[in-house]
Design a binder for this molecule. Sequence first.
Ligand code: UT7
Length: 323
Amino acid sequence: MQIRAVVRGVGHYLPERIVENSEFETMLDTSDQWIRSRSGIERRHFAAEGETTSDLAAAAGRAALDDAGMEANDIDAIVLATSTADLTFPSAATMVQHKLGMTRGFAYDMQAVCAGFVFALSNANALILSGQAKRVMVIGAETFSRILDMTDRGTCVLFGDGAGALILEAQEGEGTVEDRGILATDLNSDGKYCDILYVDGGVSTGTTGVLKMQGKEVFRHAVEKLADTAHRSMAQVGLDHDDVDWIVPHQANIRIIKGTANRLKVPMERVIQTVQDHGNTSAASIPLALSVGKQEGKIQPGQLVVTEAIGGGLAWGSVVIRW
Ligand code: UT7
């Protein structure tokens, strides 16, 4: 017998306002055609004025609770992956805890930028395996629209806002790869690449700052590192590409998604794609894709799902889940 962190519910929330690529054509020297062909993005959602990351996260959390048939006080812990918390402190997670009406347990933020959700999943898995929590809500939520330089066509067209949430529950498994739940995780970071993707503000500058990215450099690392981490996490438990039902990748760029799937020898029919509708929502992109994939009837109980993500740090990783 082995304790496993099993998915009990999933949900998401997207702000109402949809921004089509064509909107950027009126502000910048860019085109719908360039954005589509270089990134696969067609549209993204932007939060309304006054709508914060914790608002998005709480809405996704409520949807996941509904899906699981649970109430907020059934949850022991909230781990919220975000780089766009409402305030410097307290954590957006504590705000979500309050917004959900959760009066027990504990909540905190996790910051690994676009890889945040895989770091948070791995951390929630550790909480469950160590017995510190039985039910953990893992959320990825971002309002990247607030940290974009709307005059930088190389970045502002790529990102969007949104939130997704997953509820994990401790259940007993047999200790085999047929068990439902998280089967393996692989996390990595390398701080020597801090300067290829960062926000030029924070406590040290007294400003919020805007996102700066050397897109080509990040791209170069992405395909290689994503395929490596996915191979490593699958190999930990003796699985390979033939065993995979769904790759649920971080949704940054369709060319990265295709390049990684190709290296993993998984056909695109087995890859969940939401980048066209959401843009890059950083830590929110994987839980959004999981929720949409389930809603569309693609991801089914018992299937093998591999998630992988890379972002600022650089930080990257993957998680293998039997859904
Ligand atoms: O989630 C965190 C991880 N982030 C990522 O994974 C993003 C990784 N990078 C990328 O997705 C791609 O590098 C981009 C989509 C950002 C850019 O694609 P690219 O094929 O690497 O293009 P590039 O940066 O080399 O730019 C090619 C050209 C440049 O013009 P010149 O120098 O060749 O004359 C850019 O100035 O395209 C120009 N350009 C644009 N043109 C129209 C850059 N942005 C735009 C734009 N519209 N929005």
